[in-house]
Design a protein around this ligand. Structure first.
Ligand code: ATP
Ligand code: MG
Length: 558
């Protein structure tokens, strides 16, 4: 097999190894803020960081970037650890918390003040914003900018001790209020926040900003290649300034394009709103683009890693077709999910010439794609259930399923011909009557006659009633942020619950997380809401591969 070409990050690493830039070290990190659950975009960053480390026999840290006490918490830390592990990555003993570096960050801030490179400012957050200037206009210097080092040291220490009100003071870097890059116009390094931190408790009244903290974290951990998304490209100059001023180790920052997915949002802020407003049942709602949601829905780590791989690494943001993600899970489950029969919208089918009490246990193959999957026995008897829409009273020409006088094959069983239907007072069909050909056992006729339709079915006497949840995209628009904003674009049909589905009795043994292909209906996963005697399935994905079609069309059109 030809080697895959390097992506641009691998090219950089390759060349750094050649020049021995970091003495041959490759050390990356995945730095989530524990203020929400991980989503499919994070999966990209995880695969990239852990992937590069793996490929070059380097190391990858899991570092919680927990520098803001307002929204962070232990629940998120635990969920993130679980998700990274589940995706198949191992940080070994390299689990770090940025909050553990608070003391060191404070010392570095004092170091900058002593150099005359940082000052305590009394401007309010609004005033700081007003002084900042624009891309075309330079900013205005704060009247507090030229405080003496002694005064700054004293005030900063008192900030730490909690002597001032929130919002009354900040510590700012003293760089250049006329700098063309706005990030260099005396950025705030510390603000007063009088809230306890989930790990540090009430130890701190001041907290570092992202810009100040993040570059220090990478430096402290001796990261070689600091991979981040594009929006931080404009901040790189500031990070380098900080580290140069302090004279400490400087990693190399490399920016890559964010992953976005059509028909969903991938911002923790917005996902939090969905959870808090109760629009979804939680972070692991099977409609959520979170790792927890995808896992509960029935996605596998293999499918997610395959998806991330196929989206590639680029220097621009991308919006990926949702159908590609669906394609990846189909490819994976096609190989390993057993085929079973389940009727989602049941109607009774009665075989008039089949003996009343007879039961036959028929052989059914579990997975034609997997030679080791074996077979199972499924019960067949006089009364069955089939899908309501597999019968039509006035069928159009291309309808090859059941209709009066038509013959079809029942999967793994017999040929049946429809003779009659029974309706209730509202004209709804309640029974479909058929006769079967006893010579067609296994689905093959002696005389070699063929039919175009093969239906799935379950035995009415043996089947289990189950709840099945069907999902569509959470949003009706490709770009949910369009127009009125994402909450206006919610899809009212994103979940449809079917309460009286009939599934074959072999599923009695199914456990939470087990995945199956329901013949002709898609891939399904046993949901965590399942209890003794009440089976709940999530539809992971239908069988119709719209991505494969799209890819074919694109290929044809050159
Ligand atoms: P969000 O925008 O969802 O709030 P974030 O970037 O604020 O995400 P972090 O916890 O800081 O969330 O993210 C951890 C890492 O994951 C960062 O390095 C970030 O660049 C990366 N990341 C987040 N979202 C994406 C995405 N959509 N595509 C690729 N990488 C991402
Ligand atoms: Mg972030």
């Amino acid at each position: 097999m030809p080697d895959k070409p390097f992506n641009f990050i691998e090219e950089i690493v390759e060349s750094d190894l050649e020049t021995n830039k970091y003495e041959g070290r490759v050390h990356t990190r995945f730095p989530p803020e524990p203020n929400g659950y991980l989503h499919i975009g994070h999966a990209k960053s995880i695969c990239l960081n852990f992937g590069i480390a793996e490929k070059y026999e380097g190391m990858c840290n899991l570092r919680f970037d927990d520098t803001n006490p307002l929204k962070e918490g232990e629940e998120f830390v635990e969920s993130i650890k679980k998700d990274v592990r589940w995706l198949g990555f191992d940080w070994k003993d390299r689990l770090y918390f940025a909050s553990d570096y608070f003391e060191q960050m404070y010392k570095h801030a004092v170091q900058l003040i002593k150099k005359g490179k940082a000052y305590v400012d009394d401007l309010s957050p609004e005033e700081i914003r007003d002084h900042r200037g624009t891309l075309t206009e330079s900013g205005k210097e704060s009247p507090y900018r030229n405080r003496t080092v002694e005064e700054n040291l004293e005030l900063f220490e008192r900030m730490r001790k909690g002597e001032f009100e929130e919002g009354s003071k900040t510590l700012r870097a003293k760089i250049d209020m006329a700098h063309p890059n706005l990030n260099m116009r005396d950025p705030v390094m510390y603000r007063i926040i009088k809230k306890p931190h989930y790990r540090q408790g009430e130890k701190w009244y001041i907290y570092p900003t992202y810009d100040w903290a993040h570059c220090l974290e990478d430096s402290i951990e001796l990261i070689t290649h600091s991979l981040c998304t594009l929006e931080f490209a404009d901040h790189r100059i500031l990070y380098e300034w900080f580290l140069d001023q302090l004279g400490i180790y400087k990693p190399q920052q490399i920016e890559f394009g964010r992953l976005n997915l059509k028909y969903t949002v991938l911002s923790k802020r917005k996902l939090t709103i969905l959870v808090q407003k109760g629009i979804v049942s939680g972070w692991d709602d099977p409609r959520m683009p979170t790792i927890a949601g995808l896992r509960r829905r029935g996605y596998t780590p293999e499918a997610i890693r395959d998806f991330v791989e196929r989206t590639g690494v680029s220097r621009t943001d991308s919006v990926v077709e949702y159908s590609l993600l669906e394609h990846c899970i189909r490819e994976d489950l096609n190989k390993r999910a057993n085929r079973v029969m389940a009727v989602l919208d049941p109607v009774k089918l009665i075989i008039d010439n089949y003996p009343d009490d007879k039961v036959e246990w028929l052989d059914a193959e579990n997975n034609p794609e997997d030679p080791n999957a074996g077979t199972r026995k499924i019960p067949f008897c006089k009364e069955l259930f089939i899908e309501r829409d597999d019968f039509m009273e006035n069928p159009p020409k291309k309808f090859f399923r059941l209709a009066l006088g038509r013959e079809v094959r029942l999967k793994h069983a017999y040929y049946v011909t429809c003779t009659d239907v029974v309706k209730d007072e509202n004209d709804n069909i309640t029974e479909i009557h058929c006769v079967y050909d006893p010579e067609s056992k296994g689905g093959w006729t002696k005389d070699g006659r063929k039919v175009k339709g093969t239906l799935h079915w379950v035995s009415a006497r043996h089947c289990i009633t189950a709840e099945v949840r069907l999902y569509e995209h959470l949003f009706i628009k490709e770009n949910p942020d369009e127009d009125e904003g994402f909450l206006e674009n919610l899809n009212p049909n994103s979940m449809v619950v079917l309460n009286s589905c009939k599934v074959e009795p072999s599923l009695k043994e199914a456990k939470i997380g087990d995945k199956f292909q329901f013949l002709r209906k898609g891939y399904f996963c046993v949901d965590k809401d399942t209890t003794e005697g009440h089976l709940v399935f999530n539809r992971i994905v239908t069988l119709k591969d719209t991505w494969a079609k799209l890819a074919k069309k694109i290929k044809q059109n050159g």
